[in-house]
Structures are given as structure tokens and as C-alpha cells.
Ligand binder design. Structure first.
Ligand SMILES: Cc1cc2nc3c(=O)[nH]c(=O)nc-3n(C[C@H](O)[C@H](O)[C@H](O)COP(=O)(O)O)c2cc1C
Length: 154
């Protein structure tokens, strides 16, 4: 399959998981593209509402994974605005990735629901989701589990 990993990541956590996912999917024989959603100017918390610099296209993929951190229980502004401007995703197989700091019901679950709603409103079929709680012990194991969960969807 041709799979696009479209990622917003400010401090690098979500990107790190996406790189591991890219390697796993490529090892399974998929054609994988890893692309960033970025704002113009210097990336920082203060500039997250700046105009988007990169709007990765979803054209040509059989499936897409959207990945993002959690921001106060909401989708960070760059990823929210990126999803809003997307064309119809009719029939597109979509999976979701979040990274977060607190327990899942302190923001991550709300973001997964919001991402699912945004993608389904465009006609996408959500095939699964995985998250990585960055805090606490066993981060490497949590990353591996999330990557394997997503990899098995395709
Ligand atoms: C302003 C702000 C708000 C956050 N809100 C939440 C939250 O509601 N729930 C949560 O679990 N983590 C929250 N986090 C933690 C980030 O989601 C987490 O560190 C994430 O892995 C960062 O991903 P990135 O390095 O890809 O940007 C917040 C972080 C910041 C800076």
C-alpha cells in the first residue's frame, strides 16, 4: 500500500513515534511517506496559530495516518487547521496517532474523538488509533506497542 504519515509535532515526541512507524511499515513492504504539518516562522507554542507553511497532500495514498500531540484536551491549532482545509477523504483508510503526557482520559481520548469526527466528516473510514503516554516508565515499550498496533492495521 502507499501510506502517508502526516504529522504535527512541536517538541519531537510524535515525530519520533512516526519515524518508528515508517520503519515498521516499510519493513512490511509498504511505500511510506513521512510528512510534517508546519507553521511559518520559528516553531514554538507562541506561534502555533501562524499560517501553515506545509500542507502535505493526501493525493495518491491508499491510507493515511494523522499524528499529533494533545493540547489541553484539544487538537493543536496547526493540525486542526490542516484537517479543516483537506479535500474530501471519501473512501480513504485513516488511522490516528497521539502522544500525550497525562492519563488518556485527561486529553488524549478527547483528541482521538475530535480527530475521528474531523476525518469522518470528510468521508474517511477510521481503521484504528494508537497513543503513547510520554510520561512514566517503559516509554520504549509503549512506543513499540503503538507502532505494532498501527502497523498491523495495514
Ligand atoms: C500547552 C500544552 C498542553 C498540553 N495538554 C495536554 C493534555 O491535555 N493532555 C496530555 O495528556 N498531555 C498534554 N500535553 C503534553 C503533550 O501532548 C505531550 O508532551 C506530547 O507528547 C508532545 O508531542 P510533540 O513532542 O510531538 O509536540 C500538553 C503540552 C503542552 C505544551
Amino acid at each position: 500500500m502507499r501510506i502517508g504519515l502526516i504529522i504535527y509535532s512541536l517538541s519531537g515526541h510524535t515525530w519520533k513515534v512516526a519515524e518508528a512507524l515508517r520503519d515498521c511499515l516499510a519493513a512490511a513492504g509498504h511505500e511510506v511517506t513521512l510528512a510534517r504539518v508546519e507553521v511559518t516562522g520559528i516553531a514554538s507554542r507562541a506561534t502555533e496559530d501562524a499560517p501553515l507553511k506545509t500542507l502535505p497532500s493526501v493525493e495518491g495514498y491508499d491510507a493515511v495516518v494523522f499524528g499529533t500531540p494533545v493540547r489541553g484536551g484539544t487538537i493543536p491549532s496547526p493540525m486542526r487547521r490542516y484537517l479543516e482545509q483537506l479535500p474530501a477523504l471519501q473512501g480513504m483508510k485513516v488511522a490516528l496517532l497521539t502522544t500525550h503526557f497525562f492519563r488518556p482520559d485527561w486529553g488524549s481520548q478527547q483528541v482521538v474523538t475530535a480527530l475521528q469526527d474531523a476525518c469522518e466528516a470528510k468521508g474517511a473510514a477510521i481503521c484504528g488509533a494508537a497513543d503513547v503516554k510520554w510520561s512514566g516508565f517503559g516509554r520504549g515499550r509503549k512506543i513499540k506497542a503503538a507502532v505494532e498496533k498501527l502497523c498491523q492495521l495495514f
